[in-house]
Design a binder for this molecule. Structure first.
Ligand code: NAD
Ligand code: UGA
Length: 455
């Protein structure tokens, strides 16, 4: 098979690298319109940080894995074209802040139609609103000649950042949806055969196309819902003396509930949970189901409230003013083991504190200073720039700080020398643990005033 993927981002890059690594008999070409991203994929410094990804890419790159900006040749040569471009929430015009922006996906469909001179399977890898396959098929058919048949499949991706390689290597399931026609079933079988190169066939679920598209949104909505559920309880724990981690453990040992995704936090981030929830809410409203929309909107509202609650706690604890005070932020990525900051809780809390005229000293092991400045709207020349100090390590960030806020659960933050940090800080020294990663008993013994989530 000749496989092409449009979009070399957090999903397209790792997913295609894994297919190429596991299936040397297929040739996989990943095409992107962003030349610098392609250059990075072809270098030793990959644009996506994921544990284990370097080895997978190095083993397959140049053998049967190629990164290119020549989408024309990549599309022309391919039997299967994956579409793995962004589907962000719309930020303009009608339904701004709600609907998914499908501009990039439609442009891919137009390119595929324009550059194909034979039939192909087109695979939706991006997360899309249910019924998008219909629009894709319409665009593909309206822009190509009659003898070409495009079979559109939905094959949503369930990997999580930070564990992408592990998730791709050994997924809970692979989901493939297609048309119920004989041609549709044949296309499904072709894609099943690719994944069966390393995944048990029992784990490959096939459905109709609408079930597949919707299942992806629902999976993310259920995961996000669990986090908002436990975060709402974290506030109640703080009022009552219950410990949210103990509650989560006690509740999660019920095999009907299960232990995963019950870690209370400063709020979920990442490029997808909020976007996909908004998309689900939009679809429910669109199909005349306002009560269902309202139910899922609540998951986002609790998440926004949790982030804001954390900012307020910092400000209130520091005697109701953070004006000119240095606040050290440890971690800026939306979770550990990734350099991705999209929708990170650190951005929201950081912006709240900047509004209050605080000075931020930020350290993250993987996020670039440029990205942090961009996220905090503090690019060169902006008045906010002198409010932000990007630090080499946690100790430099703590120097002269009134408070320390742990924003990301990087493993390294568990084993810091907190006595050394305490010694460098202004007194009283406050520590706000947004991820409940540090040893709070030890911190209190050192002298920190500790605020945790839900304890
Ligand atoms: P991303 O922004 O990291 O990557 C998208 C890439 O597509 C960019 O590099 C962009 O330059 C490229 N692109 C845009 N238009 C193009 C075109 N016409 N031709 C070729 N390339 C083009 O996005 P991502 O995080 O990889 O997400 C992609 C999709 O996968 C989204 O729908 C997302 O919801 C979904 N998803 C993401 C994750 C995740 O962990 N990030 C997990 C599962 C699903
Ligand atoms: C999530 C899903 O887990 C993936 O299955 C899905 O493919 C992906 O979205 C997507 O569609 O993009 P991701 O956002 O990469 O993956 O990472 P998660 O591990 O789900 O974490 C999301 C956020 O929730 C992070 O900010 C994390 O810190 C937070 N979280 C997670 C909690 O606050 N508590 C938890 O118990 C779990």
């Amino acid at each position: 098979m000749k496989i092409c993927c449009l979009g070399a981002g957090y999903v397209g890059g790792p997913t295609m690298a894994m297919i190429a690594y596991k299936c040397p008999e297929h040739t996989v070409t990943v095409a992107d319109i962003n030349q610098s991203r392609i250059d990075a994929w072809n270098s030793d410094d990959l644009p996506v940080f994921e544990p284990g990804l370097d080895d997978v890419v190095k083993a397959a790159r140049g053998r049967n894995l190629f990164f290119t900006s020549d989408k024309v040749t990549a599309i022309k040569d391919a039997d299967i074209v994956f579409v793995s471009v962004g589907t962000p929430t719309k930020t303009y015009g009608m339904d701004s802040g709600q609907a998914a922006d499908l501009k990039f996906v439609e442009l891919c469909a137009r390119d595929i139609a324009a550059y194909s001179d034979r039939s192909k399977i087109v695979v939706e890898k991006s997360t899309l609103p249910v019924k998008t396959a219909e629009s894709l098929k319409t665009v593909l058919e309206a822009n190509s000649s009659d003898h070409i048949d495009f079979q559109v499949l939905s094959n949503p991706e369930f990997l999580a950042e930070g564990t992408a390689v592990e998730d791709l290597n050994n997924p809970d399931r692979v989901l493939i949806g297609g048309e119920e026609s004989p041609e549709g079933q044949k296309a499904i079988e072709t894609l099943v055969d690719v994944y069966a190169g390393w995944i048990d066939r029992e784990k490959i679920i096939t459905t109709n196309i609408w079930s597949s598209e919707l299942s992806k949104l629902v999976a993310n909505a259920f995961l996000a819902q669990r986090i908002s559920s436990i975060n709402s309880i974290s506030a109640l724990c703080e009022e009552t003396g219950a410990d949210v981690d103990e509650v989560a453990f006690a509740v999660g040992t019920d095999s009907r509930i299960g232990p995963k995704f019950l870690k209370a936090s400063v709020g979920f981030g990442g490029s997808c949970f909020q976007k996909d929830l908004l998309n689900l809410v939009y679809l429910c409203d669109h199909f005349g189901l306002p009560d269902v929309a309202c139910y899922w909107r609540g998951v986002i509202e609790i998440n926004d409230w949790q982030k804001r609650r954390f900012s307020k706690r910092i400000i209130n604890s520091l005697f109701n003013t953070v004006n000119d005070k240095r606040i050290a932020m440890l971690g800026f990525a939306f979770k550990k083991d990734t350099n991705d900051t999209r929708e990170s809780a650190a951005i929201y809390v950081g912006r709240d504190l900047l509004e209050e005229q605080a000075k931020l000293a930020i350290y993250d092991p993987k996020v670039s200073p440029k990205q942090i400045h961009l996220d905090l709207q503090a690019e060169e020349g902006s008045s906010r720039q002198d409010q932000i100090d990007i630090c080499e390590d946690a100790y430099a960030a703590a120097e002269g700080a009134h408070a320390l806020a742990i924003m990301t659960e990087w493993d390294a933050f568990k084993s810091l020398d907190y006595q050394k940090i305490y010694d460098k800080m202004m007194k009283p020294a406050f520590l706000f643990d947004g991820r409940n990663v540090a040893n709070h008993k030890e911190l209190r013994e050192i002298g920190f005033r500790v605020y945790t989530i839900g304890r």
